[in-house]
Design a protein around this ligand. Structure first.
Ligand code: SF4
Ligand code: SF4
Length: 149
């Protein structure tokens, strides 16, 4: 199974990963044309800054035992047994945000525009080259690696 692995020491906070994530999920946009002022422009990953420890990329881990899936009562979050990715179906979401409260990494959030769905990493499963954030990171602070469970 493939996972995004983080090496926080390499991250310099350029936010290329955020822009790549937004453009990957915004129809008709690309890295250079994405409208970062739009309320629809929401990244599924975050870079946290602490003056003492520097930058920390916060990404969905597609956990082995995902708390988001375990806490979702409407079946909107499921772990795909083949890929290991945790996927979200907004049509099933009741917007109770139990997943947001229970994700141990604090990576989930309600969408800014409607507050009726969750913004969740989908591992760019529709992109043949894999996650857009990983391709955009010039420091290789985030990489896709094969992991065994
Ligand atoms: S949203 Fe949080 S709990 Fe769910 S798979 Fe991602 S990191 Fe794990
Ligand atoms: S693209 Fe890479 S170096 Fe830049 S903020 Fe994201 S993880 Fe850090």
């Amino acid at each position: 199974m493939k996972r995004i692995i983080i090496d926080r020491e390499k991250c310099d906070g350029c936010l290329n990963c955020n822009v790549a994530c937004i453009s990957a999920h915004e129809e008709g946009s690309n890295f250079y044309t994405v409208n970062l002022q739009s309320i629809d422009s929401e990244t599924r990953n975050f870079i946290k800054f602490d003056p003492k420890t520097g930058y920390t990329p916060i990404f969905c881990r597609h956990c082995d035992e995902p708390e988001c899936v375990l806490s979702c009562m409407s079946g909107a979050l499921e772990k795909d047994p083949k890929t290991g990715h945790v996927q979200y179906d907004e049509t099933k979401c009741a917007a109770c945000y139990m997943c947001v409260m229970n994700c141990p990494y604090g990576v989930l959030k309600p969408d800014n525009k409607t507050h009726t769905k969750v913004i969740k990493c989908d591992f760019c499963e529709d992109k043949p080259d894999g996650p857009s954030c990983v391709k955009a990171c010039p420091k290789h602070a985030i990489e896709v690696k094969e992991v065994s469970l």
